[in-house]
Design a protein around this ligand. Structure first.
Ligand SMILES: Nc1ncnc2c1ncn2[C@@H]1O[C@H](COP(=O)(O)OP(=O)(O)OP(=O)(O)O)[C@@H](O)[C@H]1O
Ligand SMILES: [Mg+2]
Length: 248
């Protein structure tokens, strides 16, 4: 489904992604873990071309792009194949929950308004928010806002949903409801997902594969339970040991 090859991203002299190559299968759920500054968010942002890598190729489905020489229409075509859920939801404050989910269908996909609203309602039901459909974001809790963002990401029928620490800005008691929604999607939906997370128990339980990044490189990857329970690389072991009180 997704194949990236030798992605390099630099900010000035600093190489943030140092030749990342990665294949992700259709319906696979991949968790990316690693220390702060290791390039996790940058990798997601390069995957949907919010950031332009210096070099490397990205393929999503049958859309292939050479990042060193692509045109803006190629960038636009590839960007539409993924949807992103950020740490801080980026909802329109002047639209209801329902409007937020319907909007990208109407503007991006040109779905007729009535159909977009009907589909938006079904998506809000899926994330457990049908009764909040007419509320504006300021009147929703952080966890509810984040679930609206997830419904909106589902709305555009992207090939892959990219999550960048979807729970790290939430109050602890709200984390569970958002993780639960993602877990349900992983089970029921044929959705390919790449999830940057610091929630190791969640990654272990939900992801098919865990990737550990450090300093712009993939240091270790494999079956989620194997990587988290029995990491092979010293860097992964150090990282997980530092987190272990949190896991307990
Ligand atoms: N726009 C930018 N300009 C300059 N440097 C940047 C920019 N964005 C990111 N960086 C640098 O790139 C490196 C990787 O950042 P990135 O946000 O990808 O890390 P991360 O793994 O997501 O970290 P965290 O877990 O803290 O979110 C960091 O050293 C960061 O300072
Ligand atoms: Mg980040």
């Amino acid at each position: 489904m997704i194949s990236i090859s030798h992605i390099v991203k630099r900010y000035g002299q600093h190489t943030v992604l140092d030749g990342i190559s990665l294949d992700i299968a259709q319906c696979e759920v991949v968790a990316i873990i690693g220390p702060s500054g290791s390039g996790k968010s940058t990798l997601l942002r390069c995957l949907n071309l919010l950031e332009r890598p210096a070099s490397g190729t990205i393929r999503i489905g049958d859309t292939v792009l050479d990042t060193a020489s692509c045109t803006s229409s190629q960038v636009f075509a590839l960007r539409r194949r993924s949807a992103m859920v950020f740490q801080n939801h980026n909802l329109f404050n002047n639209k209801t929950a329902l409007g937020n989910v319907a909007e990208p269908m109407i503007t991006v996909q040109k779905v007729p308004k009535a159909e977009a609203y009907a589909r938006a309602e079904a998506l809000l039901a899926r994330v457990g928010l049908l009764s909040q459909a007419q509320q504006y974001p300021v009147t929703l809790s952080g966890g509810q806002q984040q679930r609206v963002s997830i419904a909106r990401a589902l709305a555009v029928n992207a090939d892959v949903i990219l999550f960048d620490e979807p729970t790290s800005a939430l109050d602890p008691e709200r984390v569970h409801e958002v993780l639960h929604v993602i877990q349900t999607l992983a089970r029921e939906q044929n959705t390919t997902m790449v999830i940057v997370t610091h929630e190791m128990a969640f990654a272990r339980q939900v992801a098919d594969r865990v990737i550990f990044m450090e300093e712009g490189k993939i240091v270790e990857q494999g079956n989620a339970k194997q990587v988290i329970d029995a990491p092979r690389q010293p860097a992964t072991q150090r990282f997980l040991r530092r987190l272990s009180p949190v896991i307990d």
